[in-house]
Ligand binder design. Structure first.
Ligand code: A2P
Length: 278
């Protein structure tokens, strides 16, 4: 991976809601993560998203520029002094074709209004918390697995991540490794970190566990691998973030086990959000 760290970071914003890029990491030719300065007043709950983007091209008639914004889950925890995001690169994507070229010192637009359903408040108390992600859908869980509340509220946290190839898992793999070994996090979270189970799968390249998470749930492989009996509405809670297909398929599996979809105003057993960009 290629890590670009902060160089000369200009102090004067030149855009409304501007934040400065502090670090960019390119994971594959289609995936990158970046960190930006955090507005002093920004409070958010782990799992929420914000609108971020760049100034669009000038309108050919008026010459006016409008911001080009997309929803991005905040991947960093709420105690972090910077904000982290994880993104796909789409070569003809209006935003990501340009966003993939940001460097430390550049500015992006960040609307400081965090929202979203993948928050602890949207779930009733339970014993096990499942995070189901495909692709960049791991971003909100990157925040939640660094949040002390996750370990205070549950006995076991299971993060599943399904990607096409092994290299697509690397951001999540390193994140989990850091979470497990980082001294500062250990101090913050305590022995709770031992409760974190990481379950990566690939669908188009050989790896220790192959297949879509949905198929591995339906045929019982996940439960056998983890030594768990099954889902139950008394014990299990889930947050889902991936492609439309994953979201619908997991919903069906969870509903068939008696889990119901919750919301901020009406907490239940699981919540869903689509992975936004790409
Ligand atoms: P697959 O390779 O079988 O399509 P993408 O790169 O298209 O966003 O997909 C990311 C990962 O999500 C891939 O491993 C893909 O598997 C998987 N995936 C796509 N749709 C579903 C689904 N409905 N249920 C589970 N996994 C899915």
């Amino acid at each position: 991976t290629m890590v670009d760290t902060r160089t000369d970071i200009p102090k004067t914003p030149t855009l409304p809601d501007a934040q400065t890029v502090t670090e960019v990491t390119h994971w594959t030719d289609r995936l990158f993560s970046f960190r930006v300065t955090r507005p002093a007043s920004l409070r958010f709950r782990s799992g929420e998203f914000v609108m971020i983007g760049l100034m669009g091209d000038p309108d050919p008639k008026t010459g006016k520029q409008k911001p080009l914004l997309r929803a991005y889950s905040i991947a960093s925890p709420s105690w972090d002094e910077e904000l982290e995001f994880y993104s796909i690169k789409v070569q003809d994507g209006p935003l990501t074709s340009r966003l993939q070229h940001i460097r430390p010192g550049d500015q992006i637009i960040l609307r400081p209004k965090p929202v979203g359903t993948l928050v602890h408040d949207a779930l009733l108390p339970g014993r096990r918390l499942w995070f189901f992600a495909t692709g960049t859908g791991i971003a909100p869980f990157a925040s939640l697995i660094r949040d002390p509340q996750t370990y205070e509220d549950y006995d076991k946290i299971i993060l599943t991540h399904t990607c096409r190839e092994v290299k697509d898992l690397e951001y999540g793999r390193q994140l989990v490794e850091t979470v497990r070994s980082d001294e500062m996090l250990r101090e913050l979270i305590g022995d709770g970190l031992d409760k974190l189970v990481y379950y990566p799968t690939t669908t188009r390249e050989e790896s220790p566990r192959m297949g879509r998470i949905t198929d591995l749930l339906r045929d019982g492989t996940v439960f056998r691998d983890l030594g768990i009996e099954d889902f139950g509405p008394e014990t299990d809670r889930a947050m889902v973030c991936g492609s439309m297909g994953l979201n619908l398929d997991i919903k069906e599996i969870l509903e068939s086990h008696g889990l119901r979809e919750g919301a901020n105003s009406d907490p239940k057993e699981y919540v869903v959000e689509k992975a936004f960009v790409g």
